[in-house]
Design a protein around this ligand. Sequence first.
Ligand SMILES: Nc1ncnc2c1ncn2[C@@H]1O[C@H](COP(=O)(O)OP(=O)(O)OP(=O)(O)O)[C@@H](O)[C@H]1O
Ligand SMILES: [Mg+2]
Length: 266
Amino acid sequence: MPTILTVTNLTKRFDDFTAVDAISFSVERGEIFAFLGPNGAGKTTTIRILITLLAPTSGEAKIEGYDVVRHPAEVRRLIGYVPQMISVDGMLTAYENLMLMARLYDIPFRERKERIQEILKFLDLEDHARALVRTYSGGMIRKLEIGQTMLHHPRILFLDEPTTGLDPVAKQNVWDHLLELHDKFGTTIFFSTHNMDEAEDVCTRVAIMNTGKIAIIGTTSELKEKTGNSEATLEDSFVFFTGNSLRETTNFREVRSARRAERRLG
Ligand SMILES: Nc1ncnc2c1ncn2[C@@H]1O[C@H](COP(=O)(O)OP(=O)(O)OP(=O)(O)O)[C@@H](O)[C@H]1O
Ligand SMILES: [Mg+2]
């Protein structure tokens, strides 16, 4: 399978702190690639470089052969991005949020309405299209954010913790739609998560990042094998390769992120 993303010795320093430390890896077209790692590992920083929002200190990243530093406009046409923080406006309706993005992405005027209707239908949000987004549940907000990135038909979608803070039903619903997007349009999916079950359920491969480096990369079964324990779970592998326990960090984070979401949407 052809490669869609190539990262070579990518490094990001903030003053004398190295957040991303000479990482190299690649992602094939059509993969569902999970990006794991404890808090502060450098996942969001890496994603922000890949989507052209942050300049690397050194090294290189290319999407479909386009360098993220030298050809940001080309890269932006190929990607979609759902950030860790909420990226829709609670004081607008879903329709208005999508229209705003359609204008931002330069979707031709005549196509906008139809494209938006298609997306609302695809995400089962048609009945709520005219409601203010501040009345939405967390799962509906996430779906709308995914919808925003679908407007320009991206080849690769970057999602930073797409399901953090969602209940299991909403989580499943978000993934059903992401998988449909993947199956229908061949969209490559690159997502970060703290949820091992989620990674295990959907991904083709996993990279575990720790203190700025890629600790290990491979399929979930390769990772488990490398721990030397034939009965290892993905969570065991995570602990093995990072030395971090998972539960303590995620519980705190889920609460924090849910609170942030509440604050943002008033
Ligand atoms: N703009 C910045 N200036 C200084 N330090 C930063 C900046 N952005 C990130 N960092 C630091 O870089 C490190 C990596 O942060 P990053 O947000 O990439 O981690 P992460 O893996 O996404 O963590 P989490 O799971 O908590 O989201 C952290 O120590 C963070 O404090
Ligand atoms: Mg992050």
